[in-house]
Design a protein around this ligand. Structure first.
Ligand code: NI
Length: 190
């Protein structure tokens, strides 16, 4: 099922999401819907709060990107960044901030503990594009958007675009959620 995506000013994107205790049939169905919604929107990562569910779950698939064709899609539950190394500046965008791009400085490598779709625990190192997308999506679980990490001057430059998104004036190629339609704990979430 393709789920509508919450945008910039929606409250669910500014909350700290709750950990999952396991993966039941409903969460499993949500994971499938998140992959479908991400693909429909041509995204490479999607966090549960972006579809109105305030839980610590994200999916990503960067295999559509050049030189990442062999990277398997990932389901990441209850992620915990144990260590970071290096820094790099990269341009980011977000399905919740349609039409906006901006440079964000982030660690270039991370050590991540997380649970997969079967709730099995893993501790792995990530670098390059995977480290970048993982950190962007984990930010969503903590109520942070990439625009919050942009240099103040860059952020000022895009403020009008953000205001336009908040006012519902920016069209997207995928369904956008209405702010009042979900509380973050709706039936599609849990
Ligand atoms: Ni995003």
């Amino acid at each position: 099922m393709i789920l509508p995506i919450n945008t910039y000013s929606d409250e669910v994107l500014h909350q700290k999401a709750k950990p999952l205790k396991g993966v039941d049939a409903e969460i499993s169905a949500l994971i499938d819907s998140m992959f479908e919604s991400m693909e429909n929107a041509s995204g490479i990562g999607l966090a549960a709060p972006q579809v109105g569910c305030s839980i610590r779950l994200l999916v990503l698939d960067i295999s559509c990107m050049k030189s990442y064709e062999d990277v398997q899609p990932m389901v990441v539950i209850n992620p915990n960044v144990l260590a970071v190394r290096g820094k790099n500046l990269m341009e980011e965008g977000c399905l919740s901030v349609p039409g906006v791009q901006g440079d964000v400085l982030r660690p270039s490598e991370i050590t991540l503990k997380y649970r997969d779709r079967n709730f099995q625990e893993h501790t792995e190192e990530f670098s390059g594009m995977l480290a970048r997308v993982l950190q962007h999506e984990i930010d969503h679980l903590n109520g942070t958007l990439f625009v919050d990490r942009m240099e103040k001057r860059d952020r000022r430059r895009i403020q009008q675009e953000l205001d336009d998104i908040a006012a519902g004036l920016v069209p997207a190629d995928y369904p956008i959620a209405r702010e009042c339609s979900r509380s973050g704990e709706g039936p599609a979430c849990m």
